[in-house]
Write a protein that binds this ligand. Sequence first.
Ligand SMILES: [Zn+2]
Length: 216
Amino acid sequence: MKVANGTAYDTRELKKIFHQVVRDLLKKRPSWAADWKEHGGDYRVKISNRLRDDFTSGHAQIGLEPVWWTHTHKRAQNMHLSIPKNVSVAKLAATFEHELYHAFGVDNHSDLPPSVNDCNPDPFAHYPELLGLPERLSYVVKVQKPKPTKEETQRKRVETLLERRKGWVTKARRAETALSKIDASLKRYRRQGHQVGDLPKAAKTKRAKRNAGRSR
Ligand SMILES: [Zn+2]
């Protein structure tokens, strides 16, 4: 079964419910099992938000075989469910079962068992406990982080610069220590008469030079 979930519900929770309904239905109707085995893997269910009221409604093609949009030749959904906010697990299961009967070829509502025709949720009252779900599903609301203000961005930038500066100050100190040790050794060799040549100073930044100039 493929579930195209257009809602903020957790797809895994929806699938859990649907698979359980299929299992329970095939226990009641073992002669349908072969048909499900052949087409169930590619059976397509589309879930949409229902915003106008609290009803759960559905629509299904008769039969499990793939259906095609005639104008685009693309695969269509076999079933469409429209579910409201905080949908009851039992009601959703009942609606799905009703539509599954159509999927297994029952066209006329008069041929449905009355409880199935009415989408009676009572036979599914144990589902939340059985599946470890709440009585009503809740939306997974993805909280979007508010965009940082210009000041926050700048403060963050200053923090980063101060951190980086700290790192470079440490490196500069280490470089100074290393240079003075090397210079001391080189000067020793020079005193012993070895050709050492000039020892250029480490480059200072323009600003450091300017400041050095000012202080004199
Ligand atoms: Zn129907």
